[in-house]
Design a binder for this molecule. Structure first.
Ligand SMILES: [Cu+2]
Length: 321
């Protein structure tokens, strides 16, 4: 995965902060139990160890003690009750969120092994890179995400922004993000979904609301038309006359497939193949030449284009800003 590791202990969204607080409480309680039991154990080992002269006689035996029995029944009961109630409250706070003014609707569809991202009503489709606005008390912008799957079970997880939610075939799941700082947050499919599960990364780009609107506008723009007789124009013709169009949507080259990622604004994304490689001209060429070298087992076959065809297609793809 191209980028930095993210941690649930550094939340950047209100939902993730609730989860961090709860896991903090659980960890402290467990640490307390660990310390009390270990100190008790060490004390018993030291205090009651066999000493010279002890051979042959047993220490005094205690049979049954109502006080001790009550203590070790009631204390754990209270601990479990506290854990249960705080967990139930946190789950409730996360589940009960309803969309309000300023909230955004996004559809994320998990595929083996990439993420389809749609902004219904905003006319934008992209892949593997989810852009969302930053939310603040003055201008709340909660992003509600509908999660679906095109094939098997996947799981959507951006540790700094929210808990995991599964994408289940035939069943819609829903979750929300409310990021309070801008930046790029890394996520990862968190449910084993086949050979390239490990390379099913997701980048969430949190932007100031105005910047996010500019991104939407840029994503809606039609791709530039390559100059006649240029390498890019040749590349576009190769794209529209081979099976690329059956799997990829690419406005301007006649593509309307949905089996692979929408390529209309390919060069606006930072990675190829859901984080398998950085989106550089060299990697893009390697991908078009044979994606199986960068992401073995992925669902795009080696298209067996000739070297000049690869050059032309890449020249075209590089114009898709
Ligand atoms: Cu997976």
């Amino acid at each position: 995965m191209v980028g930095q590791i993210s941690s649930i202990f550094d939340p950047a969204s209100s939902g993730a902060a609730l989860i961090r607080d709860l896991s903090g409480l659980v960890l402290w309680i467990c640490l307390g139990i660990f310390v009390v039991t270990q100190v008790g154990l060490i004390w018993v080992i030291v205090r009651f160890r066999a000493r010279p002269g002890d051979e042959g006689h047993e220490p005094p035996q205690v049979y049954g003690s109502t006080q001790v029995e009550l203590a070790w029944t009631i204390v754990p009961l209270i601990i479990v009750l506290v854990l249960f109630l705080t967990t139930a409250r946190t789950i409730g706070e996360i589940e009960d969120r309803e969309p309000g003014p300023g909230s955004l609707e996004v559809l994320v569809v998990g595929h083996q092994w990439w993420w389809e991202i749609r902004y219904p009503g905003r006319g934008v489709v992209t892949a593997n890179e989810l852009h969302v606005p930053r939310s603040s008390a003055a201008a709340p912008h909660t992003t509600f995400i509908d999660l679906r799957s095109a094939d098997v079970i996947h799981s959507f997880w951006i540790p700094q922004l929210a808990g995991k939610t599964d994408l289940i075939p035939g069943h819609d799941n829903r979750m929300w993000l409310e990021p309070d700082r801008t930046g790029v947050f890394l996520g990862q499919c968190a449910e084993f979904c086949g050979t390239q599960h490990a390379r099913m990364g997701l980048r969430v780009v949190v932007e100031e609301p105005a910047e996010f609107e500019r991104w939407l506008t840029a994503q809606r723009a039609s791709p530039a038309v390559p100059a006649t007789a240029s390498a890019a124009a040749r590349g576009r013709d190769i794209f529209s006359t081979t099976s690329c169009v059956n799997c990829h949507t690419l406005e301007g080259a006649g593509g309307d497939g949905r089996f692979g990622p929408d390529l209309s604004h390919l060069m606006s994304r930072a990675t190829l193949g859901a984080g398998a490689a950085a989106n550089t001209p060299v990697n893009l060429r390697a991908w078009v030449r044979d994606p199986q070298t960068l992401k073995p087992g992925c669902n795009m076959p080696d298209m067996k284009l000739s070297e000049p065809e690869v050059d032309a297609v890449v020249a075209y793809l590089l114009t898709l800003g």
